[in-house]
Structures are given as structure tokens and as C-alpha cells.
Design a protein around this ligand. Structure first.
Ligand SMILES: Cc1ncc(C[n+]2csc(CCOP(=O)(O)OP(=O)(O)O)c2C)c(N)n1
Length: 628
């Protein structure tokens, strides 16, 4: 039996010596590589925090002490040490362990994460609640240097430093976000890492400063000033110190004994403490160390070589988006692109290479990205902001207030719209239709396939005013790509199939499902019309009203939450147009959606041919046709 199997709870770690801990770290890395090579997942971030997680669980007493993982993608080791080894094989699978902390899964997961830069805010909340209730536990937020680029982290540091409550922030600095980290704070952390002056022990520097002699008041003032400047030059982590934190570090985050020593020191200090640990993303697995971005979140791969296992598939929507944008930018020098720390994920790497002066990676800062785009637009450029649907939720006010209210010429490229699969509810993009379709002036479209996507992006850049474009995570449908771009008339839907018995209205990839269902319905004697909605806003009122009156029965289908979604928009249209007596079935999600493969989730939630046929049954279509 391995050592890991003997760890049922963090307390089992206390009896191990450093030699055994070393062996345990090795076993943990083997399990991580083995399971992630089959299930996919966040390998490199977890390989990088093995020693840190062991040290946290040996220094603190979870679940009594609260450990909050920022983003949470690096919580696999924590899961292995908190009684979930047996289920670890199921991670990220339908009904399996979540790939992120989940309160329902374990008492040791005190706060759910998935979206970045929330851990310090939550920690301040836990710490304040503890103070009010007169409790004594420790509160620890573990945040990466990437997550530290998010605005919320600074809002929370500001609050924590002012409140002076005791909490510990562990800054896990590996110089990487998903891609290499960006920004002025990242540059500051690099200086802390690299410059030996910064690595001097703070006590030594303070001792030195105290020894500067004071002669006369004038001189004393000058010396005080000089001391201050010297301090700015020499005291490590001064930014954090000035914010009211005690700064400890930087230290090697793979030196188990050293990390434990520093955490222990932090535990015994008063007020907020920031512990700066330096780790290597992908540590202990060469392919991940060499390509930490690829192994950040990775699909199945061969564990021996690190070679990714990829099934042949048409280019993804994301790839088509990126390539189309490059072609359009070649013709139009005003086109610029913005990413919030995800240049690879949003298909913008090629753009960044070809147009380095017209590409901005702003870090994990979706709110800033959108308002920055509004500024660029009013400055005379045509910005395209590519962000995943789930992360766009962060920037709702910026889209509404800064872009749409003043009609800025900004294209919002909403990638990963619809369910995204194994990352689960924190990452599914199933709210964007509800939240964005309510915003006046925002043209909102969704392509039925990758060919339509290229035309829609072209249309968006021709349009004057804000445009949103939603497209899914998946591979394209392998359709023929037109050689030249064309405009898709704003607000015009497309009739793909005429029919008299029922109207199937699909948006995005669900249009294909509608076409397949129409075939199935045909076999059963039902003549279904199929409409590719194309525009969620503005709706093609004339066409939709015509079909509602003609067929009197409608089925809507969307890879999105039902409340406020596309089906709701059709209901509103019927009411606004005074069209009575139409029976409508809406297919979509009814609440937060679990993890699972995309096709599995579609099937479970009735976003399928079968789901449409069942909806047709509920509309009594078969009986009516049989009897007519
Ligand atoms: C609001 C938000 N935007 C984007 C992401 C996507 N994302 C997940 S992890 C990550 C990088 C995090 O870097 P860091 O905090 O340094 O952790 P590391 O993986 O390097 O350990 C990003 C951009 C996210 N989870 N949340």
C-alpha cells in the first residue's frame, strides 16, 4: 500500500517525516498524471502546488481552519488529502468529483470557486464572521499571480489591510497565468523573485536602517527621508506592507520544510499576512514543465510522452473566429483585439503574433477589458473583445453602462456559449442571452455553423454600434467555408425548411438539431418549419409572427437557461404582437447545469432530436395529424 492510501484526513499527515513527505509528494504526482491523462483537467497548476498543499494541511487544521482556493483549479491535491482519493478517478465526469472546490462535496471545501480573484474577498468575510462570533480559527486564501491580476483581489487587499483582521494570503507565484502572466504587478513580483536586494531579510534591512546615525534636526529630517527612499528600494514586498499586510518571502514553494516554517510564522502574526511562495507550474512532469500553458487545462494525453490524444475534427468555432479576425484585420488597420488572460483559449494567438501592436492581453480583468474597449472605440478604433460567456458575466455593467448606453463601436465575442462540458456549472455559458438581450442598442447574434460565424463577424465589424456574437466551445460542423465574406442583414432570421404543422426555432448549434428533428417528425407525418433565428436582438418580428400565426405551435430550443432566454423572447413577441392561441414548448436548462460531456448534457436536458419529438408529443402534434 502506498502512503497516499493511508491519508484519510489531513491529520494523518502529522506523523510523517520529511523523507516520507517527499515520497508522498511523488505518489500524488503519479496519481495526478495518471487520472488527468485519462479524464483531462488542470494538470500543471496542481503539479505545482503539491508541497504547498501538504504544508498547508500540516500547518492548519481543515475544516476547522478555512482554506480558500482561488479559481480552485489547483485543488486536486487538496481533494486527495481530504478523503477523496477513492473518488478521484471520477473527477470532472458526469456525477463525479468536481474539478473545483465544492461545498457539497466536503467540509474542507469551505468556499466554491471557478471564477478568478475571489479568494481574498471570501477570506475577509470568513475572518470578519469569526471575529464577530468570537471564534479563533485561521483563514487562508491561496491565490496565484495570475488571479492577482483581477480587480477584485485589490478591492479585497484594500479592505483587509484597512480592517487589520488576522488572515493569511498565500501568493502562489509561478510567473504564469494560463499564458505567461502580464501587467505591472507581475513585473513587480518578478523583481521580487530575481533581485537579491529584495531577498534580503526584512529584519536585516530594518536593523541597517536603524543604525543610520541622527545628527541635528535638519539632518534628521533629511535622514528620515533618505531612510524612506532606502526602504522603498530595499524592503521586500513593500507594496503589500504599505497596504497593511505583513509580507513574508519570497521562498521556494517546493521546499517543504521552509514553506511550513513560513506558514507557521504567518499563523502566529497578528493582522493580515501575505506569504509569497515561488513555485514551478507543472513541477515533476517534464512535458508540463516545458509547456505549462498547454498542460494548464489539458484533454487526454499519453502519460509516457505527454502527447495529446486528439480525434480528427473540423476546426473549432474559436479557431474560425481567430482566423476570420486576422483576415479582417489585414484589410482594416482599425481592428484591434482584446483578451482577458486567455489569448490561446479565445483563438487570438495568431492575431497577437501577426498584429502585436493591435493586441492587448489585459490580465484576468474582464471589466477593465470591456471599458478599455469602449475607450478604444471612442478613440477611433474597432475593438473586438473575446471573452468566454461565463466570464463576461463579470463585465455586465461595463457592457451595459460603458458600451451600450453610449453606443460604442465594440464587438463582444462571446466564446464558450452554451454548456462547456467537464468544467461544470462555474464555467457553462448559459446566462448570456438572458442578461445581454435586455440591453438596448446591443445587436446580438448567434451563428448556426462556422461558415455563418465568419459572415457574422464580418457583419459585426461593418456595423456602427455595439454587437455581441455568441458561439460554442465545440468543433465546427465541417461545413463548406465561403471564400468571401458577406453581410447577414441585421434582424433577419433564416427559414431553412417550410412547414405548416409546427415551427421549430433554433439558435446557434441547436439549429442543426432542429433540422434533424424535422426529418424525424416528417417520418411521423408532421410537417415542421425550421427557423435559424440568427438574431436574438433584434428579433425578426415579421417572419416569426407569420410562422406563429401559420402553425399555431412552436418549439424553441437553446443551449441556455430557460428563464429570460430565447424562448422567453418569443413568448414576449407573441404577447407584444397580440398573437393569441399559440402553444409553445421551450427547451433549455431549468437551473444550474452539472458537469459532464457536452453531448451527455444536451441529451440529459432534452436538447436533442428526442427532446424535440417529446415536445411535439406534448403539443399533441401526432394525434392531430393522425386524426386530420
Ligand atoms: C474571471 C475569470 N477569468 C478567467 C478565468 C480563466 N482562468 C482560469 S485559471 C487562469 C489563470 C490563473 O493563473 P494563476 O492564478 O496564476 O494560477 P496558476 O494556474 O498559474 O497556478 C485563468 C485566466 C477564470 N477562471 N476566471
Amino acid at each position: 500500500m502506498g502512503l497516499l492510501e493511508s491519508i484519510h484526513a489531513p491529520k494523518d499527515l502529522h506523523t510523517l517525516d520529511f523523507h516520507e513527505l517527499n515520497k508522498l509528494a511523488q505518489e500524488i504526482r503519479e496519481v495526478l498524471i495518471d487520472v488527468v491523462s485519462r479524464n483531462g483537467g488542470h494538470l500543471a497548476p496542481n503539479l505545482g502546488v503539491v508541497e504547498l498543499t501538504l504544508a498547508l494541511h500540516r500547518t492548519f487544521d481543515s475544516p476547522y481552519d478555512k482554506i480558500i482556493w482561488d479559481v480552485g483549479h489547483q485543488s486536486y491535491v487538496h481533494k486527495l488529502l481530504t478523503g477523496r482519493l477513492d473518488q478521484f478517478e471520477t473527477i470532472r465526469q458526469y456525477n463525479g468529483l468536481s474539478g473545483f472546490p465544492k461545498r457539497a462535496e466536503s467540509d474542507c471545501d469551505c468556499f466554491q470557486t471557478g471564477h478568478s480573484s475571489t479568494s481574498i474577498s471570501a477570506a475577509v468575510g470568513f475572518a470578519k464572521a469569526r471575529d464577530v462570533l468570537g471564534e479563533k480559527h485561521n483563514v487562508v486564501a491561496v491565490i496565484g499571480d495570475g488571479a492577482m491580476t483581477g480587480g477584485m483581489a485589490y478591492e479585497a487587499l484594500n479592505h483587509a489591510g484597512h480592517s487589520q483582521t488576522h488572515l493569511i494570503v498565500v501568493l502562489n507565484d509561478n510567473e504564469m497565468s494560463i499564458a505567461p502572466n502580464v501587467g505591472a504587478m507581475s513585473a513587480y513580483l518578478s523583481r521580487l523573485r530575481a533581485d537579491p536586494r529584495y531577498n534580503k531579510r526584512k529584519e536585516d534591512i530594518e536593523y541597517l536602517l536603524k543604525r543610520i546615525p541622527v545628527i541635528g534636526t535638519q539632518v534628521a529630517k533629511g535622514v528620515a527621508k533618505a531612510k524612506d527612499s532606502l526602504k522603498y528600494l530595499l524592503v521586500p514586498g513593500l507594496i503589500f506592507e504599505e497596504l497593511g499586510f505583513t509580507y513574508l518571502g519570497p521562498i521556494d514553494g517546493h521546499d517543504q520544510a521552509l514553506v511550513e516554517q513560513l506558514l507557521d510564522q504567518a499563523k502566529n502574526k497578528k493582522g493580515p499576512v501575505l506569504v509569497h511562495v515561488l513555485t514551478r507550474k507543472g513541477k515533476g512532469y517534464k512535458p508540463a514543465e516545458e509547456n505549462p500553458d498547454i498542460f494548464h487545462g489539458v484533454g487526454p494525453f499519453e502519460p509516457e510522452t505527454g502527447k495529446l490524444i486528439k480525434k480528427p475534427a473540423p476546426p473549432t468555432y474559436t479557431t474560425v473566429f481567430g482566423e476570420t479576425l486576422c483576415s479582417l484585420a489585414k484589410e482594416d488597420p482599425e481592428v484591434v483585439a482584446i483578451s482577458a488572460a486567455m489569448p490561446g483559449g479565445t483563438g487570438l494567438n495568431a492575431f497577437a503574433r501577426q498584429f502585436p501592436d493591435r493586441f492587448y492581453d489585459v490580465g484576468i480583468a474582464e471589466q477593465h477589458a470591456v471599458t478599455f474597449a469602449a475607450g478604444l472605440a471612442f478613440g477611433g478604433l474597432k475593438p473586438v473583445v473575446a471573452i468566454y460567456s461565463t466570464f463576461f458575466q463579470r463585465a455586465y455593467d461595463q457592457v451595459l453602462h460603458d458600451v451600450c448606453l453610449q453606443q460604442a463601436n465594440v464587438v463582444l465575442a462571446i466564446d464558450r456559449a452554451g454548456v462547456v462540458g467537464d468544467d461544470g456549472p462555474t464555467h457553462h455559458g448559459v446566462f448570456d442571452i438572458s442578461i445581454f438581450r435586455a440591453i438596448p442598442h446591443l445587436i446580438f447574434m448567434a451563428p448556426k455553423d462556422e461558415n455563418e460565424l465568419q459572415h457574422m463577424l464580418y457583419t459585426a465589424l461593418q456595423h456602427c454600434g455595439p454587437v455581441a456574437l455568441r458561439y460554442p466551445r465545440s468543433a465546427g460542423q465541417g461545413v463548406k467555408m465561403d471564400a468571401t465574406f458577406r453581410e447577414i442583414p441585421i434582424g433577419k432570421a433564416e427559414v431553412l425548411r417550410k412547414g405548416r404543422d409546427v415551427t421549430l426555432i433554433g439558435v446557434g448549434t441547436m439549429v442543426k438539431t432542429c433540422l434533424q428533428a424535422a426529418q424525424e417528425l416528417r417520418q411521423r407525418g408532421v410537417d415542421a418549419a425550421v427557423i435559424n433565428l440568427r438574431y436574438i436582438n433584434p428579433l425578426d418580428r415579421q417572419l416569426l409572427s407569420h410562422y406563429a400565426r401559420l402553425t399555431k405551435k412552436i418549439i424553441t430550443i437553446e443551449d441556455h437557461i430557460l428563464k429570460g432566454g430565447m424562448g422567453s423572447a418569443i413568448l414576449e413577441l407573441l404577447e407584444e404582437e397580440g398573437i393569441a392561441g399559440v402553444a409553445l414548448e421551450r427547451l433549455g436548462y431549468d437551473g444550474f447545469v452539472d458537469q459532464g460531456s457536452i453531448s451527455q448534457l444536451h441529451a440529459v436536458h432534452g436538447l436533442s432530436v428526442k427532446g424535440i419529438v417529446q415536445a411535439a408529443e406534448r403539443l399533441q402534434l401526432f394525434r392531430r395529424v393522425a386524426g386530420s
